[in-house]
Design a protein around this ligand. Structure first.
Ligand code: PBG
Length: 339
């Protein structure tokens, strides 16, 4: 039972008039419990081959796939307004996709080149990567598939380990396993330790749900067509569950995750709060592509005010217990906060 006795000292009306404190900006500001800052904002980018290329993502207005040279320009812009970390998602050619997903750990792969060029250009900006096989698999799943069409766990983990090591070797500060295979955090942590990458942080997509809000992302990386009508319910969490998310978070922490993430964001803030209260560890959420698309669509129609609704959305993540939010709005929000 929650103990409500500590609320009673405030008394009842008119001894207590909650509107007194809300009357002026100064007293509203004094009692603000949560304050959104640029440090809360983590910017994802879609990276493509080529030079001078910016290719818009139709279902994500304002988001472009960037060639590495353009990525450097954008990353500098968000770094300058205080965004601490960016996340890279390579958009690979169909020719780079094979059943064994060996493209995932190619030394000279797109992701690996993007990491090392970013670290060379902006050494103080944190760089995180996505550890999962979907950009490299012909079927758009996050792992290796057997003849029965099942995504194999332990075989996939072996490839994920090689992928994570290749990211660390290229200079990634944080690796982000987003695949939801069992035991992958422990396997990656062991391999990083063994190879001398003890400083590489792991932000695990610990509570990643089998969500329909990832649609626009799958368009952006070209996985939607490959995936077709298939879903990821044999490895991502059922949206009906939240105890299960606690078990996933506990396992990833035990296996060596430094930070944990809940994904998607807004529809799962109850899970964020449970994670923060239960584990008291660095906790993050992913405001995913579909959430971004909904916001942008309503704003484009003039139905919502973009700036105030976006700031309110981001503040809600902080209030729910997030130490940071991965959001396609990160750069814009940090810019607004700086104005
Ligand atoms: C795949 C991955 C996905 C996202 C991040 N990494 C999609 C998926 O699981 O199918 C979704 C991000 C978003 O929707 O913004 N490893």
């Amino acid at each position: 039972m929650t103990d409500h006795t500590h609320f009673k000292y405030r008394g009842i009306f008119p001894a207590n008039r909650p509107r007194r404190m809300r009357k002026d900006a100064f007293s509203r500001h004094l009692m603000a419990e949560n304050v959104l800052t640029a440090k809360h904002l983590i910017q994802p980018y879609f990276v493509i081959e080529g030079t001078g290329k910016r290719v818009p993502v139709p279902s994500m207005p304002g988001v472009e796939r960037l060639s590495i040279d353009q990525l450097l320009i954008e990353a500098k812009r968000v770094f300058d307004v205080g965004v601490p970390l960016v996340v890279l998602f390579p958009v690979t050619d169909d020719s780079a996709k094979t059943a064994d997903c060996r493209g995932a750990y190619a030394d000279n792969g797109l992701a690996q080149r993007a990491i090392s060029e970013l670290k060379a250009a902006l050494p103080e900006l944190g760089v995180m990567t996505d550890v999962a096989l979907d950009p490299y698999s012909p079927h758009g799943h996050d792992g290796l598939m057997n003849d029965a069409g099942y995504i194999m766990n332990d075989e996939t983990v072996e490839v994920l380990v090689r992928q994570a090591l290749s990211h660390a070797k290229a200079g990634a500060d944080v690796v982000g396993p987003s695949d939801m295979m069992d035991g992958r955090v422990g396997a990656i942590r062991q391999a990083l330790e063994a190879d001398g990458y003890q400083h590489t942080r792991i932000m695990s997509y610990a509570a990643k749900y089998a969500s329909s809000f990832y649609g626009p992302f799958r368009d952006a990386v070209g996985a939607a067509a490959a995936l077709g009508k298939a879903d990821k319910t044999t490895y991502q969490i059922d949206p009906r569950n939240s105890d299960e998310a606690m078990h996933e978070v506990a396992a990833d922490l035990e296996e060596g995750a430094d930070m944990v993430m809940v994904k998607p964001g807004l529809p799962y803030l109850d899970v964020v709060r449970r994670v923060k209260t239960t584990f008291a560890v660095p906790t993050f959420a992913y405001h995913v592509s579909g959430e971004y698309a909904m916001l942008k669509a309503a704003c484009a129609n003039g139905w919502l005010d973009e700036r105030s609704v976006t700031l309110e959305t981001m503040t809600s993540f902080v209030r729910a217990g997030c130490d940071g939010v991965l959001t396609y709005c990160a750069g814009d929000v940090a810019q607004w906060l700086a104005e």
